[in-house]
Design a protein around this ligand. Structure first.
Ligand code: NAD
Ligand code: DAU
Length: 339
């Protein structure tokens, strides 16, 4: 089987590639990634040494380039991780989110129709459901929860999901969609909450918590997400959506405090800054469907996963220090300078 993974030089895509190479060494794995600021070829260093892995530096919006790869490689399964993924950036510059997340998805599905595939899998997000109130802990997102987006990022992901559904109904494309909650783990780009707080704490820099830090996210260790996607592409039902999440809700402020404690840094580094515009209050996934139909359950408890993650950032300083000393310096100044 040949599996084409887009966005594989980013956080979850790279973890998925390593998962496939470990769990399915009989498969060929192809990565298509145009290496935006969030893509890092050094992340795929060990994969690049494998004979059953190939990397293509191609933009998923480049129709000709994508068709050439499909023509030559004839993938059986396509898993689309490629996306602009950061909510804060989408608030500053929405257009690139619409291009990559919607039009790029269209190009990939057109290629799937033209060359034929067994499965197109769209990696979506729980953010397409909007948010839940803090005072209703009984509410969760199910696959039937209406789409109700808050940010240009989530609107672009929801648009892509609708397009995927349309390609299934109109053209009979064999698709599946997964909507996962917040991931954490190795290779997480340091603009996101957990790696940003680890990197700042290690450098004794202020830890910028948006608003009051009461917002709740439902954290899942990245490998559990990879296992869920692997199950869906092999055993999931065509045309179906699967929610993925581990019932692990945490307040942002509690996460940041935990990181301070784990690193032996003072909580006085915590600085409350202006809130994110349109900030979603709470995400919480009901994963009953994927559990009942595919037997998926998360394997990594948050207490273990966060320790493993912190250790990874301590052991892999060159990976994130290179990132935060590059273009990221300007990003950080723009986003946090006057906040
Ligand atoms: P990321 O930003 O770390 O990585 C995105 C990757 O896509 C990068 O390697 C980038 O170079 C590549 N890319 C971007 N635009 C491209 C284009 N036009 N053509 C080719 N490659 C392109 O993102 P991530 O956090 O790994 O998220 C991966 C996917 O999972 C996204 O679709 C995101 O919406 C979804 N998701 C993320 C989370 C999370 O917590 N991070 C949770 C649920 C769903
Ligand atoms: O829920 C899935 C989504 O999770 C994915 O679809 C997105 O691609 C991914 O980026 C993530 O979105 P969030 O907006 O939830 O993640 P982020 O790490 O940006 O922020 C997590 C929470 O922490 C959020 O409430 C905002 C807050 N935050 C974030 C940063 C970067 C801070 O308080 N301070 C910060 O500096």
């Amino acid at each position: 089987m040949t599996i084409l993974v887009t966005g594989g030089a980013g956080f979850i895509g790279s973890n998925f590639i390593y998962y496939l190479l470990k769990e399915h060494p009989e498969d060929r794995v192809l990565c298509v990634d145009c290496l935006t600021y969030a893509g890092n070829l050094s992340t795929l260093k060990e994969a690049l040494e494998k004979p059953n892995f190939r990397f293509f530096k191609t933009n998923i919006c480049d129709r000709e380039g994508v068709y050439e790869i499909f023509e030559a490689e004839k993938p059986d399964i396509v898993v689309n991780f490629a996306a602009e993924s950061h909510v804060d950036r989408s608030i500053e510059t929405p257009e690139i989110f619409l291009q990559t997340n919607i039009l790029g998805t269209q190009v990939l599905m057109d290629a799937c129709r033209k060359y034929g595939i067994q499965r197109y899998h769209q990696v979506s997000t729980d953010e397409v459901y909007g948010d839940l109130p803090l005072d209703r802990p009984d509410l969760f997102f199910t696959e039937k929860t209406p789409l109700h987006t808050s940010s240009p990022y989530s609107a672009s992901k929801a648009s892509a999901d609708l397009l995927v559904g349309a390609y299934h109904r109109t053209y009979g494309l064999p698709v599946t969609i997964s909507r996962c909650s917040n991931n954490y783990g190795p290779y997480h780009f340091p603009e996101k909450l957990i790696p940003l707080m680890i990197a700042n704490a290690l450098n004794d820099k202020p830890l910028p918590v948006y608003g009051t830090g009461e917002n709740v996210r439902d954290w899942l260790y990245v490998e559990d997400h990879c296992r869920a996607i692997d199950l869906i592409i092999r055993k999931g039902t065509e045309g179906e959506v699967y929610n993925v999440g581990g019932h692990n809700e945490m307040k942002n402020l509690d996460i940041v405090k935990l990181i301070c404690d784990a690193l032996g840094k003072p909580q006085s580094l915590i600085t409350f800054v202006t809130d994110r515009k349109g900030h979603d209050m709470r995400y919480a996934i009901d994963p009953t469907k994927i559990h009942n139909e595919l037997g998926w359950l998360p394997e990594t408890k948050f207490a273990d996963g966060i320790q493993k993650t912190i250790k990874w950032y301590l052991d892999n300083k060159p990976w994130w220090e290179t990132i935060i000393s590059g273009e990221y310096v300007h990003y950080y100044e723009k986003m946090y300078g006057n906040r």
